[in-house]
Design a protein around this ligand. Structure first.
Ligand SMILES: *[C@@H]1O[C@H](CO)[C@@H](O)[C@H](O)[C@H]1NC(C)=O
Ligand SMILES: *[C@@H]1O[C@H](CO)[C@@H](O)[C@H](O)[C@H]1NC(C)=O
Ligand SMILES: *[C@@H]1O[C@H](CO)[C@@H](O)[C@H](O)[C@H]1NC(C)=O
Ligand SMILES: *[C@@H]1O[C@H](CO)[C@@H](O)[C@H](O)[C@H]1NC(C)=O
Length: 654
């Protein structure tokens, strides 16, 4: 290669390079985009390089209209700065040039949606040429909070078409927000034959966008518990934001694949008379299903899946089939359950009622037919007397008689019970229960009740009589089938003997009551007494003593009963013992005196020649036959025996 050529080429390249640098001296740098919220202030910066001073530069701002034309909005040179009249920016822009940093800043206040345009900054130098830069202004508006709506009706599964699930809407966003559907936190994807999402965008008169999205699904049973919501994404200066709607759930109706019927109550065994409640449910939830329960020839409609049968009998035992018919699909399903109604028939006691003789054996049976094991027990007078079907009582007595109750129960079921009674009569002659006391002491004018309780079957007849056959009137009488309780009230006017005579076809029985009339001094003694002090000796002697201070002459009475009807002076019973001794002494003296008198009389007459008698009575030359007993009332114990002629006889002489 020629060295000269090489040198000249290099020199030419250097000249060319120098020349190029000198030609393109003005340079403009701008950002691609400036992002700002609607209504705020945007600043678009234009950086330039130039060797020339600011005075040598012309600065212009343009925007690119939607039709693609450049539209000037600002002009500046050394002599003037001018905002173009009649543009959308006329009143809202200012331009600041900082020569030191070579920055030109276009400030737009109250940015509008229509301001989203491309801006051009053009810088022209007198010597260095011209250059321009471009920046896109992007305007944003946050959308309103999104809303979601669900379908109000339940959704049937297994439909051929897709079912609408709900719709979301987000309003007044800029640029256009996006809506994404979620099911249980999983985004619902793109088009398929089971999911369909339809978006529709509306531009409002304000220029903002509203987006609506509708979700349709092929609903399956699994969807019944899932939740759906929408996510809205939208742009803001320098980023992306998102919000979510509330979740919605859907009512999914799915048909039953099986039907179940069961007895809800009673739990456990069922007995006649119970109320049975059936429940019948399908495992689906379609509201269109109709249920009926069939038992043999009977068909029952169900009321909210329930059937109540009251007062059931054994005839209602058997299979119960519950049928469900889906009125949408006319599909029929059924389920069944078996019921057994337990029973306990009335108890039958054999023999029905019975009469038996004393000493015989009582045998009776009690049976009640039941579907379950039974327990039988016999009761008499509230006491359990036997367990089991058979009642046996050996050697019947009147105590055997009475009413037996046979109670049959089913231990497995509470309240299952039957009862029957058996009346047993034991034939026999009357038996009078021995009264407590048959010898009764009663005050005069008192009323004495004589009671006579007789057992016997057939029912004895009872009469009250006196020994002379007079019938006394019965005061009250209580009769049962095999007993008589008879009361005879009598007013005591004198001693009285009364018979209670009871008799029936098998014999008779009698009891004797003796009422003794007594007189008491004290007020307390006027009540009827039945004391058994020895009033039985009818030969008792009453020695009465006056309580008065005066001495009373008392005639000595021969042993006899004091008649109750005669007036008797008050007496002191405690003196009785001594009185008897005194009386005996007096009687002895009397007899002695009489004997003496008789002997004396005979001696005088001379009919009796007894020297000894003569000698015996020589002393007793009494002129009187009278013997007087004197008793001092105030000192009866020292009663003095007065001899003939008033001579005092020492007691030792007696
Ligand atoms: C909305 O979706 C479109 C398409 O998928 C996407 O290009 C756009 O960036 C999305 N906008 C936002 C704000 O996410
Ligand atoms: C479905 O939504 C209703 C109210 O919208 C709510 O009461 C119910 O609990 C929800 N069910 C489920 C399974 O989330
Ligand atoms: C005797 O019986 C009558 C009537 O039954 C009754 O009013 C009266 O109280 C009884 N008297 C005695 C002492 O029990
Ligand atoms: C009542 O019983 C008594 C004593 O057994 C008897 O003497 C009397 O005759 C009986 N009277 C009648 C009416 O049966």
């Amino acid at each position: 290669m020629d060295a000269r050529l090489s040198a000249s080429l290099l020199a030419g390249l250097v000249v060319l390079l120098h020349g190029f640098t000198a030609w393109a001296v003005v340079e403009v740098n701008m950002e691609d985009r400036v992002e700002v919220f609607k209504g705020e202030t945007a600043q678009i910066t234009c950086m330039y390089t130039s060797d020339d001073g600011i005075g040598a530069l012309t600065i212009q701002w343009f925007y690119v209209s939607r039709t693609g034309e450049k539209q000037k909005i600002y002009y500046q040179d050394a002599t003037r700065q001018e905002v173009d009249r009649g543009t959308q920016f006329t009143d809202r822009i200012t331009v600041n040039v900082t020569a030191a940093t070579r920055e030109v800043v276009l400030t737009i206040t109250d940015v509008q949606l229509k301001d989203q345009l491309e801006f051009i900054c053009l810088v022209k130098s007198l010597t260095d040429g011209v250059s321009e830069g471009r920046t896109n202004l992007l305007v944003f508006e946050r959308p309103d909070f999104p809303t979601i709506e669900d379908v109000q009706t339940g959704i049937y599964v297994n439909k051929d078409t897709l079912s609408k699930i709900g719709s979301c809407e987000v309003k007044n966003g800029f640029p256009k927000p996006n809506i994404t559907w979620y099911q249980n936190n999983m985004p619902l994807g793109g088009p398929s034959d089971v999911v369909k999402i339809v978006h529709s965008t509306t531009m409002e008169s304000s220029g903002l966008f509203s987006v609506r999205s509708e979700l349709s699904l092929k609903v399956m049973k699994e969807d019944k518990d899932t939740q759906f919501y929408c996510e809205v994404t939208y742009l803001v200066p320098g980023g992306t934001r998102m919000t979510e709607t509330n979740p919605i759930n859907i009512t999914v109706y799915y048909p039953s694949t099986a039907v179940h019927v069961w007895v809800e109550s009673p739990k456990g065994k069922i007995k006649e008379g119970d109320t049975i409640m059936f429940h019948c449910y399908g495992n689906g939830n379609t509201p269109s299903s109709v249920y009926v329960i069939r038992h043999e020839e009977t068909e029952y409609g169900l009321d909210s899946n329930m059937l109540v049968l009251e007062n059931v009998t054994r005839l209602q035992s058997g299979d119960y089939e519950c049928m469900s018919t889906d009125m949408e699909t006319y599909e029929e399903l059924s389920g069944n359950t078996t019921v057994f109604v337990n029973y306990l028939d009335p108890a039958v006691v054999l023999p029905v009622d019975m009469e038996m003789a004393q000493g015989e054996e009582l045998t009776a049976t009690c049976n009640a037919l039941s579907s379950l094991q039974t327990h039988t027990a016999w009761f008499k007078d509230g006491r359990e007397v036997s367990v089991g079907h058979t009642l046996t009582v050996k050697d019947a007595t009147f105590d055997t008689a009475g009413t037996y109750k046979c109670v049959v129960t089913v231990p497995e079921i509470d309240g299952m019970e039957r009862m029957e009674t058996l009346r047993v009569n034991v034939k026999g002659a009357p038996e009078i229960r021995k009264p407590e006391d048959t010898d009764i002491k009663a005050s005069l004018a008192d009323t004495v009740n004589l009671t006579c309780y007789v057992r016997g079957f057939p029912t004895p007849s009872v009469i009250w009589t006196t020994p002379d056959g007079k019938v006394l009137e019965t005061t009250s009488q209580t009769e049962t089938e095999d007993s008589v309780d008879s009361v005879m009230s009598v007013e005591v006017t004198s001693d009285l003997t009364a018979f209670c005579n009871a008799s029936n076809v098998y014999g008779a029985d009698a009891v004797t009551f003796n009422i003794k009339a007594v007189v008491y001094t004290t007020a307390a003694a006027t009540t009827t007494t039945t004391t058994s002090t020895s009033t039985s000796t009818s030969t008792s002697t009453s020695t009465s003593t006056s309580t008065s201070t005066s001495t009373t002459r008392t005639s000595i009475l021969s042993p006899s009963t004091v008649q109750a009807g005669t007036a008797i002076p008050p007496k002191k019973i405690r003196k009785e013992g001594r009185g008897v001794i005194i009386a005996v002494i007096i009687i002895c003296l009397l007899l002695l005196a009489i004997l003496g008198s008789v002997l004396y009389f005979l001696y005088k007459k001379g009919k009796i020649c007894g020297r000894s008698g003569k000698q015996d009575f020589t002393k007793d030359k009494s002129s009187k036959d009278n013997i007087v007993v004197e008793m001092k009332s105030d000192n009866t114990e020292e009663a003095v025996l007065l001899g003939v002629n008033g001579e005092k006889l020492p007691p030792s002489n007696q």
